[in-house]
Design a protein around this ligand. Structure first.
Ligand SMILES: Nc1nc2c(ncn2[C@@H]2O[C@H](COP(=O)(O)OP(=O)(O)OP(=O)(O)O)[C@@H](O)[C@H]2O)c(=O)[nH]1
Ligand SMILES: [Mg+2]
Length: 252
């Protein structure tokens, strides 16, 4: 069983991609199932096969610990780690080829707290990959692009699993996709755009960070996708297949 963890900022398109990917794999004849790890999810665009909401109730947490909605969501996300054995048993009963894991919008879980890496590294599987979603609507400026790329780097450093950078919502940004993809494929183009930013301090800070990132060899090659039109899903699944084959060449 291969596990695909979908992480990203709130509203980046995690749940819709979960829905699109599971349908994609099922149409290709694979046995794929979904896991919802978001205790705060209300309206999901798919019916989860395994659901953390069966084990964690947000309302009870708010009342019991006297927390507001944000604090309760963070605590609820931390509690997922304590329910992992139960979730694993449910997953094992399905015995799928692919496990698509939708995660909470609280990126803190993966960027700062212990529970995120614990969950990713302790779900038993034959191979795992993390999809880090760059929301196209959030990376329309070079400064924001760098900021999200740094967040992706933090997550990668902590999860220590193969990570794919995915640009979501490509269908709604029109021609601006070209600009984003230029930044993605050329750090020189990104640096040039940063230099054009009016606010000097931002420009100086970001280009300094950028030079350091280039020196360290970080790359943010994005795979642009739309979960609505399904553009890019073929490329994404090919990249995943490559990771799961241990980096061997993909054969026709
Ligand atoms: N047009 C378009 N809309 C998208 C795409 N992906 C997501 N959306 C929309 O963006 C909104 C947020 O998508 P979700 O899948 O709920 O995002 P999420 O990351 O799961 O959000 P949280 O769980 O709240 O953090 C919804 O209205 C989706 O329909 C896409 O590829 N194209
Ligand atoms: Mg969601």
């Amino acid at each position: 069983m291969f596990a695909i963890f979908i992480v990203g900022t709130a509203g980046a398109g995690k749940s819709l991609l979960t829905s699109t990917l599971v349908s994609w794999y099922i149409e290709k004849g694979s046995h794929a199932i979904t896991v919802n790890l978001d205790p705060g999810a209300s309206d999901l665009p798919y019916t989860p096969d395994v659901d953390v909401r069966d084990h964690i109730d947000l309302q009870t947490i708010m009342e019991h610990y006297q927390l507001g909605p944000n604090g309760a969501l963070i605590l609820a996300s931390d509690l997922i780690a304590t329910k992992l054995n139960d979730l694993q048993e449910e997953i094992d009963e399905f015995n799928p080829d692919y496990l698509i894991v939708d995660t909470p919008g609280q990126i803190e879980l993966f960027a700062y707290r212990n529970s995120g890496p614990f969950i990713v590294n302790n779900l038993k599987c034959d191979g795992r990959a993390v999809l880090f979603l760059f929301d196209a609507l959030l990376v329309l400026t070079p400064i924001n692009f760098i900021s999200i790329a740094l967040l992706a780097t933090s997550v990668q450093l902590r999860l220590r699993s193969p990570q794919i950078a995915v640009l979501t919502k490509r269908d709604i940004v029109g021609n601006k996709i070209k600009k984003i993809m230029r930044w993605s494929s050329s750090s020189v183009a990104l640096e040039e755009s940063v230099r054009e930013v009016k606010e000097d301090y931002q420009s100086l800070l970001s280009s300094g960070i950028l030079r350091e990132l280039i020196r360290l060899g970080f790359s943010y090659e994005l795979i642009p996708i739309s979960s609505v039109t399904r553009e890019g899903i073929l490329e994404l699944s090919a990249t995943l297949a490559n990771i799961f084959r241990g980096g061997e060449e993909v054969e026709d």
